[in-house]
Ligand binder design. Sequence first.
Ligand SMILES: [Fe+2]
Ligand SMILES: [Fe+2]
Length: 293
Amino acid sequence: MLFAVSDLHVSHAGNRAVVSAFWPETEHDWLILAGDIAEQESDFEWAISLLADRFEKVIWTPGNHELWSTPNDKLKLPGELRYKHLVKICRRYGVATPEDPFLRYTCQDGSHVTIAPIFTLYDYSFRNAADHTALQAVERARRSGAMSSDEFFLKAFPYQSVMNWCDERVAYTDERLRQLDSEEPIVLVSHFPLIKEATNGLKNPDFAIWCGTNKTRKMVEQLNAKLVIYGHLHLPSVDIYEGVIHAEVSLGYPKERENQPPNSFLVELETLLYDAKGENYSPQMDHLRSVGL
Ligand SMILES: [Fe+2]
Ligand SMILES: [Fe+2]
């Protein structure tokens, strides 16, 4: 079986307990981790090593929180240096990253899907049409009380800005995706939503500027993308946009789950893929209910 979850935020004790209870159902199950595992290296490694030991294959892409350089951070590695360090930790445990070859998963009916973890960041282009620059968009967000902690903790080193780093990541990702077999269905795995519509559920729409880039839309449209797995919003949902399923699979913070019944939090993806092959598929929440989201 193929499972996905994101935004584990394991520095929260309540989330650590949830993650400790993640077990596969068969010895061949795979697990996708779509970013925001933890800010501290020790917490990150705890989760990666635990889950890599339990699941046949684990696939990770970074969220913004893994990349934060906070004042108490022991690692002292900013930006791309930090990302490369985390990739090294993943490789130590056999976990696939956006720097490794894409993977091929065999579904229960014998068909295959390509799983492509990507890391493309954001560039403030998910902004209000009235704002002509990123600065204007950040100022609008600040005034509406939506300021992201990324503005303080996410360092872009050695790039001049997160926008420049985003440009480089999009170019790198484009090049890799171009080499894919155009016939086989693709599951894109990103911490950040890949199209702006996916941010429509945000309580404060001005926060969308920290959620993605318009440059990834063509990756979804031009490839044989069947399913996009993402997180970051802490708003679990399944939607279909122009024939492609977009599934937000966040665990989120313990506080956000108050008043919710206990559940597994692992979203099973083959059901989504199978259902979407049918002509009458519509994005019902029944599947998510079945796993308790
Ligand atoms: Fe998160
Ligand atoms: Fe995030």
